[in-house]
Design a protein around this ligand. Sequence first.
Ligand SMILES: [Zn+2]
Length: 130
Amino acid sequence: MGRKRAENSEPRRRGRPRKVTPAPVLTVVATPVAEGTKPSASDRKLAEFYGKYPHVVPGSVREPTDADLKALSHCHGKVCTVRCQDCGAERTINLQDAFQSQRCPKCKLTAIKARRQERRAAREAKRAAS
Ligand SMILES: [Zn+2]
């Protein structure tokens, strides 16, 4: 007397193989907004600003404090904190300077020197070739 099939073995399925649905991709929302409230124009502008300048520390845009005013040579309007893309040092700058302040003064100088040297090397290579 032979057993027909083991009790715990999976029954054979007929027809098309089962469809495998991929896991849903979770999208990270940059600024969570409470239900029912629309982001204001200034909120949207700020989110755009942070998206445009990744070196600006998120949430650092503010009215200047006394310490900020002391650190800046000139100040008009809001300030923000930026992180140097090379060494990671943080410093406070005027908001309108964000587009040109990806590096701290030290790294900026290093980058300028490196670029200059690169150009000179390229120029000399060109001269040697001709
Ligand atoms: Zn730096």
